[in-house]
Design a protein around this ligand. Structure first.
Ligand code: ADP
Ligand code: MG
Ligand code: MG
Length: 888
C-alpha cells in the first residue's frame, strides 16, 4: 500500500493537527468524543505538499483514497454521491494548522446537478430548498474555485430580492430561485467559456485542487510572511457531508463562543440565523439572533448546544469558537477551535479557569501573552473629552463594539493605502463597508478598524480582536463609499485623511481627535491576580527606569521592585537650573565652577529626596552624569546663525560678544563622535567637582530621608567605564565623599558602588572591574551600539530597518538583544564578575529589559533583575515568569 493521504474523521484526533490541519483535527476529535459531526474525511497537509512537489498534480493514490473514503461516507449516511434518487452532498473546506485569512473559502453543496437536484427536492419534499442549495453551489464554485467576480452573482440575487416584499433572501420564491440558477449558469458560461460541470466527481476534484492552490495564493503567502508562519506546513482539505440549515424555519446556522470573547464573561456568546446556510451569519445577509434568543426559538436545541459547548470547553480546557448547523431540529457540529479573544478577555478567562479548577496557574501564565498585558494597559478616551465631543455634535454614530480600545487617526478607505500611510508613520483608521482577507495587511498596520456592515463575528471583528486592534462594526447609518474615498452620515461627509476617533469598547465613532487617559491599574483585579501568580514563579526581579518621583510612583504601583536606572542629567535641562549648568560648563577655574555646583546641589538633593521617599524600602540605582556636556548647550548651528545676524546688523555688540563666547565654547567642546567622547565617567575624572556634587546630593538626600524614617538603599552607578583605573579612581573619590556626608549628617545608610557594563572592553575585563564594583548593570543600548559599531541614533532612522527587511540582520538588535553577539559579552561578564565576587549584584537597565525574548535570555544567564520603563513593568513580570516556566 502506498502512502496514506486520506483520514476519515473517525480515524484522527487532536494530536494529528499538523497532518490534518486545525479544522480536520477538531472534526476528528469531536467525532471521537461522540458529538454529532456529519461524516467526512480529510486529505492531509502532506498531500498538499506532495501536490506542489509534483508540479501541481494530485499525488499518486490520493484520488483512489478519496473515492474509497467517499464509499465509507456513503455507507454511513445511506446516500450516494451523484445518485439521482438519494444524493450525497458534501462541503469542501480548507484547513491549515492554524486558521488563516486568504485560504480558500468553503464550497457547499458539492454534488448537485440537474439530476441530483430533482432527487434532493423529492427527498426533502422541498423544491425551494433544493434550488436554493443549487444556486449557492454555482456561485460559490464559480467564485471560489474558478475566480469569477462574486459581484456578478450578487447583483442578480439582489435584483430578485428587490422584487420581493420582504427584500430578504428567504422571501425568494421557488420560481425565482429557478431563474437565478439559470442566470448563474449563464454567467458561469460567459465568464469561463465552459458549462458549469454536471459531473459531481469533477466538481469534487476541482474543488480539492483549488484548496491546495490557495496555499500559495497571494493573500495566504502575505499573511504567513507577516505572521512568521512556514510555507512548509501546507493545508489540509476537509470533505464533509452536507447538513442543511436552509431547510426551513426549524433549521439554521450559527457561530458561538463558549465565553464572551470581548469581556471574558462566562456565557455563551454568538449568533444564529434561521433558515440559512454556511457563512450567511458572518456575511451579514440578515440580522441574526443573539444566541441567547435561540433559547426561546428552540429551547431543546439551545440546551443541547449549550451542553455540547460546555463539554467542548472542558475537553479542550480552553474557550472554544464553535460553528454549527441545525437541520430540521437536529444539531450538527461543524467546527471547534480555540477562540480568539481580546486582551482583557484572555486575562479574565485564564484567571477564571484557574479558579474553576480547569487549568493550573502555570498554564494561565502561559496562556496570556505579553502583548495582551501590554494592550490592556493602553490608554482609553478621556470620558470628559468624550462628553464634550458629543455635546459639540462630534459623536457621529454608535456601532457594535467589536474589539475594545481607543484609536484616533486619519480615515483611510482602502487597505493598501492604509498600509502605505501607516508605514510612512501616520496614524490611520481603516474604514470599509466590510473587510475581507485581502485587507488584513492594512488592518494590522492601522490604529483601528471601522466597518459599516457586519456583526460581532464578522471578519473585521475577529481579526481585530485577535490583534488587539480597536474595532467598531455594524455602523449601518453610515454610508461608506470607498471608491469616492469618503463616508456620509446625516447629510455630512468625512473624507479620506480627516481625523476620526473610534472607541472599540463602547462602539462610539467621533469626528476629530479625543485625548486619552491612562488605565487605572488598581482596578484591573484579574491582571493583578495573574501577575501575583507570575511573581511567585519568576526568579528575575523587575525594576524600573525612572528619573522622577512620579514615574517611580507609577512603576511601583505597576509592581516595580526597585529603580534600576535613575538618570541624573534630565534635571539639568530644567529652565531654572540652566544658568547654573551653563555656568558650570563655561567656568575657567575650579573655584568658579564650584560656585555653580554649589547652586546645583540643593536642586539635585531635592530630586533624590522625592525618589527615596517613593521607593521607601526598595533599592534605587542612581547613575552619575552621562551625556557629553555640549548637550546642555545651544546648538552650534543656531549660534552661528545668530552671531552672523548680529554681526551684520551691528545693533547689539554686547549680545554679540556673549554669543561669540558661547560659540567658542561650543566649538571647543564639539567632538566628531560625541557618543564616544567626553562623557560618562570621563566627566567625573576630568572635570573637577561634578560627580562629587552629585554624590554629595545623593547622600545628603538619603541621610536626611533616613532620619525621617524612610528606608533608603542607594546604589551609585558609574557609567561608561572601559578600564579598571577609571572605576577605581572615581569610586575611591566618591566613596570618600559619601563617608564624609554620612559623618556630617550623623547617620549611615545602606549603599553600594558599582558600574555599568556598556563598553565591550568593560565586558572583556569584568573580572578586574568586579574588584571595585559591588554591582554590574548592563547598559545594553550602548553595549549594542559599540559592539556592532552601529550608531544607534543614525542607524535606526536610516539603514537598520532596511537591514532587517532584507534579512541582513535577523531583527533589530536595539529592540531585542543580539543574544549571539552582545549576549556573549553579557554572559562572559556575568561569569567573570561572579568568579571574583560571588555576591556581585547583576542586572540590566537597557531598553532590552522590557523585551520578552531578551528577558528570557537574562533569566538564563542568571541576572538578578531587569529594569525597564514603568509601563513595561507588568509585561516584564509576566515575561520573567514565562521564562522561568520555559527554562526551569
Ligand atoms: P471557515 O474556515 O471560513 O470557517 P468552514 O469550512 O468552517 O470555513 O465553513 C464555513 C461555514 O460553512 C461553516 O461554518 C458552516 O456553516 C458551513 N459548512 C461547512 N461545511 C458544512 C457542511 N458539511 N454542512 C453544512 N454547512 C457547512
Ligand atoms: Mg470562511
Ligand atoms: Mg469555519
Amino acid at each position: 500500500m502506498g502512502k496514506k493521504w486520506v483520514y476519515l474523521f473517525s480515524e484522527g484526533d487532536e494530536s494529528m493537527r499538523d497532518l490534518l490541519g486545525g479544522k480536520g483535527a477538531g472534526l476528528a476529535e469531536m467525532t471521537k468524543a461522540g458529538l454529532p459531526v456529519p461524516p467526512g474525511f480529510t486529505c492531509t497537509t502532506e498531500a498538499c505538499l506532495a501536490y506542489f512537489a509534483a508540479g501541481k498534480r494530485l499525488p499518486e493514490g490520493l484520488w483512489d483514497q478519496v473515492q474509497q473514503a467517499m464509499q465509507v461516507v456513503e455507507k454511513q449516511t445511506g446516500k450516494k454521491f451523484g445518485d439521482p434518487k438519494n444524493p450525497l452532498l458534501v462541503s469542501v473546506r480548507s484547513g491549515a494548522r492554524v486558521s488563516m485569512p486568504g485560504m480558500m473559502d468553503t464550497v457547499l453543496n458539492v454534488g448537485l446537478n440537474p439530476e441530483t437536484l430533482k432527487g434532493l427536492a423529492a427527498l426533502s419534499g422541498n423544491e425551494r430548498f433544493a434550488y436554493d442549495s443549487y444556486r449557492r453551489l454555482i456561485s460559490m464554485f464559480g467564485r471560489i474555485v474558478k475566480g469569477i467576480n462574486g459581484e456578478l452573482f450578487e447583483k442578480v440575487l439582489d435584483a430578485y430580492k428587490a422584487k420581493t416584499e420582504g427584500k430578504r433572501d428567504t422571501d425568494l420564491t421557488t420560481e425565482m430561485l429557478k431563474e437565478i440558477v439559470a442566470e448563474y449558469k449563464a454567467i458561469y458560461k460567459r465568464e469561463l467559456g465552459e458549462e458549469f460541470p454536471d459531473d459531481v466527481w469533477q466538481q469534487l476534484s476541482q474543488a480539492i485542487e483549488a484548496v491546495f492552490n490557495s496555499w500559495y495564493g497571494e493573500k495566504a503567502v502575505t499573511y504567513r510572511r507577516l505572521n512568521k508562519m512556514s510555507d512548509e506546513w501546507g493545508t489540509a482539505v476537509n470533505i464533509c457531508t452536507m447538513v442543511f440549515g436552509n431547510m426551513g424555519d426549524d433549521s439554521g446556522t450559527g457561530v458561538a463562543f463558549t465565553r464572551n470573547p470581548n469581556t471574558g464573561e462566562r456565557e455563551l456568546y454568538g449568533e444564529y440565523l434561521v433558515n440559512a446556510q454556511g457563512e450567511d451569519v458572518v456575511a451579514g445577509i440578515r440580522t441574526p439572533l443573539k444566541i441567547a434568543e435561540l433559547a426561546k426559538v428552540n429551547p431543546a436545541i439551545y440546551q443541547q448546544f449549550l451542553e455540547t459547548a460546555q463539554m467542548l470547553e472542558r475537553h479542550y480546557r480552553d474557550m472554544q469558537d464553535l460553528e454549527f448547523t441545525v437541520e430540521r431540529g437536529k444539531l450538527w457540529m461543524l467546527q471547534t477551535r480555540s477562540g480568539k479573544r481580546t486582551a482583557r478577555a484572555a486575562i479574565k478567562i485564564a484567571v477564571d479557569q484557574v479558579k474553576e479548577g480547569l487549568i493550573t496557574k502555570e498554564e494561565a501564565i502561559n496562556r496570556v501573552t505579553t502583548e495582551q498585558v501590554d494592550a490592556l494597559l493602553h490608554p482609553y478616551f478621556d470620558p470628559v473629552a468624550k462628553e464634550q465631543a458629543a455635546k459639540r455634535g462630534d459623536l457621529i454614530t454608535k456601532g457594535l463594539n467589536a474589539s475594545p480600545g481607543a484609536a484616533t487617526g486619519a480615515a483611510v478607505f482602502d487597505a493598501a493605502r492604509a498600509m502605505r500611510r501607516a508605514e510612512a508613520g501616520e496614524d490611520v483608521i481603516l474604514v470599509r463597508p466590510e473587510t475581507s482577507p485581502e485587507d488584513v495587511g492594512g488592518m494590522l498596520l492601522s490604529k483601528g478598524v471601522l466597518t459599516q456592515h457586519g456583526g460581532a463575528t464578522s471578519h473585521a471583528a475577529v481579526v481585530a480582536r485577535g490583534n488587539n486592534l480597536p474595532c467598531v462594526v455594524g455602523c449601518e447609518d453610515l454610508t461608506i463609499l470607498p471608491e469616492e474615498r469618503k463616508f456620509l452620515y446625516n447629510g455630512r461627509e468625512v473624507k479620506e485623511g480627516d481625523i476620526i476617533s473610534i472607541d472599540g469598547t463602547t462602539g462610539e465613532v467621533f469626528l476629530g481627535a479625543i485625548p486619552t487617559v491612562e488605565v487605572d491599574f488598581a482596578k484591573e483585579r484579574d491582571l493583578a491576580t495573574l501577575l501575583s501568580w507570575a511573581d511567585a514563579i519568576r526568579r528575575l526581579g523587575v525594576y524600573t527606569n525612572a528619573d522622577y518621583p512620579r514615574d517611580a510612583k507609577r512603576a511601583r504601583e505597576l509592581g516595580a521592585e526597585g529603580i534600576g536606572l535613575c538618570r541624573t542629567e534630565h534635571m539639568f535641562f530644567e529652565a531654572e537650573r540652566r544658568p547654573a549648568v551653563v555656568g558650570m560648563i563655561m567656568a575657567r577655574t575650579d573655584e568658579e565652577r564650584q560656585k555653580y555646583l554649589d547652586q546645583l546641589l540643593p536642586f539635585q538633593r531635592e530630586d533624590f529626596e522625592g525618589i527615596f521617599e517613593v521607593m521607601d524600602g526598595l533599592p534605587v540605582i542612581i547613575r552619575l552624569i552621562d551625556p557629553p556636556m555640549h548637550e546642555f548647550l545651544p546648538s552650534r548651528l543656531e549660534l552661528v546663525e545668530e552671531v552672523t545676524r548680529l554681526r551684520c546688523s551691528g545693533a547689539n555688540p554686547q549680545e554679540l560678544a556673549e554669543k561669540e563666547k558661547m560659540l567658542q565654547l561650543v566649538e571647543s567642546l564639539s567632538e566628531v563622535n560625541p557618543m564616544m567622547g567626553l562623557r560618562g565617567c570621563r566627566i567625573g575624572l576630568l572635570i573637577k567637582g561634578v560627580t562629587e556634587m552629585q554624590t554629595r546630593a545623593i547622600f545628603q538626600a538619603g541621610c536626611r530621608q533616613a532620619k525621617k524614617g524612610i528606608d533608603v538603599h542607594v546604589e551609585v552607578m558609574i557609567p561608561l567605564v572601559s578600564h579598571v583605573n577609571e572605576l577605581r579612581l572615581e569610586r575611591e573619590k566618591l566613596e570618600r565623599v559619601a563617608k564624609e556626608v554620612m559623618a556630617e549628617e550623623g547617620i549611615t545608610i545602606d549603599y553600594k558602588f558599582g558600574t555599568m557594563i556598556e563598553t565591550p572592553r568593560a565586558a572583556l575585563t569584568a573580572d578586574e572591574l568586579a574588584e571595585y564594583a559591588e554591582f554590574f548593570s548592563f547598559g545594553t543600548n550602548d553595549l549594542t551600539q559599540m559592539t556592532c559599531g552601529f550608531s544607534r541614533d543614525d542607524a535606526e532612522g536610516k539603514y537598520l530597518l532596511q537591514y532587517v527587511e532584507r534579512k541582513i540582520l535577523p531583527y533589530n538588535f536595539f529592540q531585542s538583544l543580539d543574544q549571539k553577539g552582545v549576549g556573549k559579552l553579557v554572559e562572559m561578564a556575568v561569569k567573570a564578575g561572579k568568579a571574583v565576587r560571588p555576591d556581585i549584584e547583576l542586572g540590566v537597565c537597557g531598553e532590552h529589559g522590557g523585551d520578552p525574548a531578551s528577558i528570557d535570555f537574562f533569566h538564563r544567564v542568571g541576572l538578578k533583575y531587569v529594569s525597564c520603563s514603568p509601563y513595561r513593568v507588568p509585561v516584564a513580570r509576566l515575561a520573567a515568569a514565562q521564562a522561568a516556566l520555559r527554562n526551569g
